[in-house]
Design a protein around this ligand. Structure first.
Ligand code: HSE
Length: 428
């Protein structure tokens, strides 16, 4: 099996998640890709702070140069953040003939152009899925899935911290400071949360997305960034009354005259717009492209495990392109799982019976449900109308479908029931 040696620099929040996936899913990744992704080195200066995940077999070192000097390392994963040492690391890695995976949005937005030039000269890759919206595969969507389309505009909620703050201010009347403290506790705020609340984190992401979508250099210094500092909850409530939700939006649009705009600002989003439903720390991006039309991408934009999925996807992508890699097809049926019959599935149910309005009907029906291990969640019966039969509407808690069918079979045979009950599944 083709081996691909990895050096991971930065045993922090995301690094821990990457190590977890590479270790826990090693066998699955091997079977799916035909690649043995070998985590050879983890580099960090701090080897005393306890982490969520222990390193199993990689060498723990403090000097990244040791990893760069190893010809067995083909991919360097930069998870240190910042634009100083991280720049040097990427530069030296590319010059040493390694491809690079990074989650570093500030680095790419502010100094990416020179690094991408260097990567092109070296014939190496810089993969950066994790730099924008954590676990949402938005970079691949723009770069691969829509490579044949033309993106006209991007509207994104790309910062989880500010979306969390705005949601809590709107829905729970929390003040700005307490909402920010909660967001920090939950671990998706930047180390320096002013980057979140002044819109700079979103501006970094907007710059990367615009450059990728419009195939143009974007001067990050010129990206307009207005954050949510100073937003008054009165205006959030007023917006609600008018049918809008306040969101911090990253916006990029191209125009027919070869101009484009990139900016970040709080905005009133209509409740008819899908972006208005994106709550708490979740992120979403709405793309408008010529051929596909509108498409939306939603998920977790921060956090150790979600962001790590994007880093690992980049590692696998680069490893797949290495000479001599094995599995080229996406569909690899290495498991033989057996498919459940509909009767074996679990669902909540809505049922409607037409029954005679007389004593004992409800107890008989609920008894049958009970005998089949179906728990009733609600019952509504309309008052007697002109007919002898009345609609009896029930919802249930989660139950086995075959039990529900047996219960309906039994109820249908009862003389007070006009015909078989109508049944629909409830999806929460
Ligand atoms: N601080 C960022 C956020 C983390 O809140 O979305 C992910 O880039």
């Amino acid at each position: 099996m083709r081996k691909a040696g990895i050096a991971l620099i930065g045993y922090g929040t995301i690094g821990t998640g990457v190590i977890e996936i590479l270790q826990d899913n090693k066998e699955t990744i091997q079977k799916r890709t035909g690649l043995d992704i070998e985590l050879k080195y983890v580099v960090d200066k701090d080897w005393t702070t306890p982490r969520r995940v222990e390193i199993q077999s990689a060498k723990k070192i403090s000097d990244y140069k040791e990893a760069l000097n190893d010809p067995g390392v083909e991919i360097v994963v930069e998870l240190v953040g910042g634009t100083g040492f991280a720049y040097t690391l990427l530069e030296e890695s590319l010059k040493s003939g390694k491809s690079v995976v990074t989650a570093n949005k500030a680095l790419l937005a502010e100094k990416g152009a020179a690094l991408f030039d260097l990567a092109r000269q070296q014939g190496k890759t810089i993969a950066f899925e994790a730099s924008v919206c954590g676990g949402i595969p938005i970079i691949r969507t723009i770069a691969d899935a829509l490579a044949g389309d033309v993106i006209q505009s991007i509207y994104g909620i790309v910062n989880g911290t500010t979306n969390y703050i705005l949601t809590k201010m709107a829905e729970e009347n929390l003040d700005f400071e307490s909402a920010l403290k909660q967001a920090q506790k939950l671990g998706f705020a930047e180390a320096d949360p002013t980057l979140d609340i002044n819109g700079y984190d979103a501006a970094h992401k907007a710059a990367i997305l615009a450059g990728l979508a419009f195939n143009t250099p974007v001067d990050y210094q010129k990206v307009y960034a207005e954050g949510i500092i100073g937003i008054d909850s009165v205006d959030i409530q007023n917006a609600e009354d008018l049918g809008y939700v306040v969101k911090l939006l990253a916006i990029a649009k191209r125009y027919p005259d070869h101009t484009f705009e990139v900016r970040v600002n709080p905005a009133l989003v209509s409740r008819d717009n899908q972006l208005s439903f994106v709550r708490n720390e979740f992120n979403a991006i709405l793309l408008e492209s010529t051929f596909l039309g509108n498409s939306m991408y939603y998920g977790r934009g921060a956090g150790s495990r979600p962001t790590a999925t994007a880093v690992v996807a980049d590692i696998i992508d680069i490893a797949r392109s290495l000479e001599g890699s094995a599995q080229k097809s996406a569909y690899v049926p290495f498991q033989n799982l057996s498919m459940k019959n509909i009767g074996e599935t679990q669902n909540r149910y809505y049922v409607r019976f037409n029954v005679m309005d007389k004593p004992g009907v409800l107890s008989k029906i609920s008894g049958i449900f009970g005998n089949h291990n179906i728990s009733i969640a609600s019952v509504v019966q309309k008052e007697r109308s002109a007919t002898d039969y009345v609609p009896l509407i029930m919802t249930t808690h989660s139950a086995l479908e075959k039990n529900m069918v047996l219960a309906l079979d039994e109820i249908e045979k009862l003389d007070f029931c006009r015909k078989r009950g109508v049944m629909m599944r409830i999806i929460e």
